[in-house]
Design a binder for this molecule. Structure first.
Ligand SMILES: *[C@@H]1O[C@H](CO)[C@@H](O)[C@H](O)[C@H]1NC(C)=O
Ligand SMILES: *[C@@H]1O[C@H](CO)[C@@H](O)[C@H](O)[C@H]1NC(C)=O
Ligand SMILES: *[C@@H]1O[C@H](CO)[C@@H](O)[C@H](O)[C@H]1NC(C)=O
Length: 319
């Protein structure tokens, strides 16, 4: 913060005086991240610059997006969500966009689907965003989305409990697979740790989504797996895409953001051409609805999805 000081020279009868005034109304917030004013939200424009939108306008659009695309079981509960979770989510998500340079770079369509949403699948609805943001304590220094991702994966697991770190424990879904439960119990399996990791990334403005397969080799008896995709910007992900993938570090210690082959599952024995992979998103795009298959609730086809089969088959069959 700074106070604007204005000085003027005044010629008095006896001397030349320097008169300075502290302009209290000019108390301004210096947002290191934002190219826009304090009540504006930055959005990237085509030419590499930013356009600034009034906070209130951006807020209304974001809230409308969540309302228009929430899954049917949330619609039944919309009145309650509108009293608590939705406004808290929208305000916090927009403020992070204002305050952090890496968050301001994310295009609107990506932000709406992969930063703003309060949930990924049918996990419990809780207000994890501010809690994780505050626990992570990431300062507003200039960083890339990749650097923030690594920092979050290093800090998160010991940042939310002061007695233990959060660990991997197999076979917890669908008992423990939302962020608050993982924090309360101190463990989760791949789905729960992935959801907690991507929630933490979203809490600091990094676009991330749940991805996985409901059945290795297309055979349910072979098991399922979930991990996290992170959006790093056009062409900055794997093989010219914007996306790359990673696991929560308790589930996949020592993995690197841009090395697909250091993931234990990314190899031809898991991607034999019969394994189908999908990522969860929020936008229901009513005309071409693809769904994200939830291994723990296969009858439920109400989570919109992106088919990632070709991406993983082409990458992991070469590891
Ligand atoms: C963003 O910055 C403003 C001004 O410093 C501050 O009041 C607000 O709490 C910050 N919010 C977040 C989520 O960083
Ligand atoms: C966490 O730390 C606080 C303050 O030191 C202490 O009161 C509390 O008991 C601790 N909680 C756990 C779970 O260790
Ligand atoms: C997903 O993509 C794969 C590979 O292109 C295709 O074989 C499969 O039918 C698609 N699945 C769905 C549900 O669209």
């Amino acid at each position: 913060m700074f106070v604007r000081v204005t000085c003027t020279w005044a010629l008095s009868l006896w001397s030349l005086l320097l008169i300075c005034t502290w302009d209290a109304t000019a108390l301004e917030v210096v947002r290191q991240g934002s190219p826009c004013g304090p009540n504006e939200v930055p959005w990237p424009s085509e030419d590499g610059a930013f356009h600034c939108e009034a906070f209130e306008e951006a807020w209304k659009r974001a809230e409308a997006f969540l309302n228009d695309n929430m899954p049917p079981w949330d619609l039944l509960n919309r009145g309650t969500l509108q009293l608590g979770l939705l406004p808290a989510t929208v305000t916090q998500a927009l403020q992070v966009r204002q305050n952090f340079s890496w968050a301001a770079e994310v295009p609107e369509e990506i932000w709406l689907n992969y930063v703003l949403p309060y949930a990924s699948v049918n996990e419990a609805r809780t207000d994890w965003r501010r809690l994780l943001f505050e626990a992570l304590k990431i300062d507003a220094a200039k960083r890339s989305l990749a650097e923030v991702t690594q920092l979050v994966n290093e800090k998160l697991w010991s940042a939310v409990r002061n007695d233990t770190t959060i660990v991997f424990k197999a076979q917890q879904t669908p008992l423990i697979y939302d962020t608050m439960s993982a924090i309360a119990f101190g463990y989760a399996s791949c789905t729960g740790l992935s959801i907690m990791f991507l929630d933490a990334l979203r809490s600091v403005g990094v676009p991330a989504r749940l991805v996985g397969t409901p059945a290795w080799h297309g055979t349910f008896a072979d098991g399922n797996h979930n991990w996290v995709e992170i959006w790093l910007g056009h062409g900055s992900g794997l093989f010219g895409e914007a996306w790359t993938f990673l696991e929560a570090s308790p589930a996949g210690p020592g993995e690197h953001l841009l090395n697909p082959c250091d993931k234990w599952f990314c190899n031809p024995s898991h991607f034999d051409g019969k394994t189908m992979s999908f990522a969860a998103k929020f936008d229901r795009e009513k005309e071409k609805f693809n769904y994200y298959p939830m291994a723990w609730d296969m009858e439920n086809k109400d989570i919109p999805g992106v088919n990632r089969t070709d991406f993983y088959n082409s990458i992991c069959s070469k590891c």
